[in-house]
Design a protein around this ligand. Structure first.
Ligand code: AP5
Ligand code: MG
Length: 214
């Protein structure tokens, strides 16, 4: 299945995508993760986008679309994929429609108040990228990754001013995609506010139904 996970920052797209990706054995492709990897490795792309990510603004469409097009050519994406955080503008959605077919767009619904709580408590492993939350998904040992023992850090764009900006950018530039994909009958709405295990179960049920109707 070729899937898109959309929704505001902190809706749980990355957390749920990594679980569903394991379950369905299809790759989880997050443009945010690809940019953060480039920043960590100080590649020309990373140097170009570092300040954009820190502010919560969007990377230009041509740069983002080029990266996704290259990633989708890799062998592991032939039998399906989860795009997390892409597309984020109508221009990106139009570009994507010229590259591949999309079977469903999972739209995670979460209120702003919970989003702010989730993002301000998020911690990421500097080494392997695993995600945690100080209250909702704490690591066994504070500040240390359960998976690899790496150091946990707070994303620069999880500072409160950047969170507010990301919510505004989402409202203005990304949320019009919901109507865009609803008109194509591809939207699958999911309540993203319960705990991660419940949301994962709900998404899997909805995807099983989608597969049965294809
Ligand atoms: P990106 O990395 O995509 O960030 P985002 O969309 O702001 O989304 P987040 O990763 O913050 O939220 P999420 O929904 O994945 O939530 P998560 O699962 O982590 O993009 C970063 C930046 O890159 C953008 O601002 C932009 O600059 C650039 N960029 C990326 N894509 C682009 C594009 N297409 N075009 C242009 N620019 C682009 O969960 C959040 C927290 O909550 C975690 O701590 C988690 O543990 C916790 N949590 C999650 N789910 C639950 C749950 N169900 N219950 C309890 N806690 C939960
Ligand atoms: Mg994410």
């Amino acid at each position: 299945m070729n899937l898109i996970f959309t929704g505001p920052p902190g809706a749980g797209k990355g957390t749920i995508a990594s679980r569903i990706s394991e379950e369905l054995k299809i790759p989880h492709i997050s443009t945010g993760d690809l940019f953060r990897k480039a920043i960590k490795e100080k590649t020309p792309l990373g140097l170009r986008v570092e300040s954009i990510l820190a502010s919560g603004e969007l990377v230009p469409d041509d740069v983002t679309c080029g990266i996704v097009e290259e990633r989708l050519k890799l062998k592991d994406a032939v039998d399906g994929f989860i795009l997390d955080g892409f597309p984020r503008t109508i221009v990106q959605a139009e570009a994507l429609s010229g590259i591949t077919r999309i079977d469903g767009v999972v739209n995670f619904l979460v209120e702003d108040q919970l989003i702010i709580r989730r993002l301000s408590g998020r911690r990421i492993c500097r080494n392997c990228g695993a995600g945690y939350h100080v209250d909702f998904m704490p690591p066994k040992k504070e500040g240390i990754c359960d998976v690899c023992g790496g150091e946990l850090y707070t994303r620069p764009d999880d500072a409160i001013e950047a969170i507010q900006n990301r919510l505004e950018v989402y409202r203005v530039q990304t949320s019009p995609l919901i109507d865009y994909y609803r008109r194509k009958d591809l939207i699958i709405d999911v309540d993203g506010s319960p705990d991660a295990a419940s949301v994962t179960t709900d998404v899997l049920k909805l995807l099983t139904r989608l597969q049965a109707h294809r």
